[in-house]
Design a protein around this ligand. Structure first.
Ligand SMILES: C[S@@+](CC[C@H](N)C(=O)[O-])C[C@H]1O[C@@H](n2cnc3c(N)ncnc32)[C@H](O)[C@@H]1O
Length: 190
């Protein structure tokens, strides 16, 4: 989801730009309408690769269309697959960035949304796929139809990640009402 004012997604993209270069391999763990997939394609360019996952056919179709419209269909590949299986598509220590955008498909069914158990399992796998100096970004939407349980579980898990191997950062808009999305980054130490 794109926000007009400073928001979690905008911050995540500004940070990701510093971690991804031309020719890199990236993963969009929650393709949705393809906003992050297209953004990652714009960074890795023709010599790179972006693997995008979503469990909904509608999201896969939407993301493929977006990649075609923006001229990225040779760079991005979209799979109708849970992000828990991302390790079947990329090798350990090969990926420079993995984006997670939690919640439901924009304009879609609110009951089909990311869930704590599979999100945490996918983050765990993502940690292994990251190369050193690589980054996982997690934009966490919560407090609406999806409640607080996924956010609480994900943050609880992020706190347990070994600080000797990974640095974990969490950012929140503390003066905004209505539970605005927050953003977390996990960087694999060099
Ligand atoms: C907030 S949306 C993502 C928005 C997207 N980044 C965009 O640019 O539109 C969350 C997406 O995660 C997907 N999702 C839910 N569970 C998933 C899973 N286990 N694996 C992959 N995608 C999943 C949903 O279908 C939904 O499209």
């Amino acid at each position: 989801m794109m926000e007009k004012s400073l928001g979690a997604v905008k911050i995540s993209h500004e940070v990701i730009k510093r971690f991804v270069k031309e020719g890199d391999i990236c993963i969009d763990a929650t393709a949705g309408r393809g906003n992050d997939t297209a953004f990652l394609c714009s960074l890795v360019k023709e010599t790179g690769k972006v693997l995008a996952f979503d469990i909904q056919k509608e999201a896969v179709k939407s993301t493929k269309e977006r990649l075609e419209n923006e001229g990225y269909s040779q760079i991005g590949e979209v799979f109708c697959e849970s992000h828990e299986n991302m390790d079947k598509y990329a090798g350990e220590n090969t990926v420079s960035c993995i984006t997670f955008n939690l919640g439901w498909l924009p304009g879609g069914d609110h009951s089909i949304c990311t869930r704590a158990e599979s999100t945490i399992s996918a983050i765990e796998k993502g940690l292994k796929l990251l190369k050193s100096g690589g980054i996982i970004s997690i934009c966490i939407y919560y407090g609406k139809d999806n409640g607080f349980s996924e956010k609480d579980a994900v943050i609880g898990y992020l706190k347990t990640i070994d600080f000797r191997q990974y640095s974990v950062f969490l950012g929140d808009f503390i003066n905004r009402p209505n539970n605005p999305p927050i953003v977390a980054f996990v960087v694999k130490n060099m």
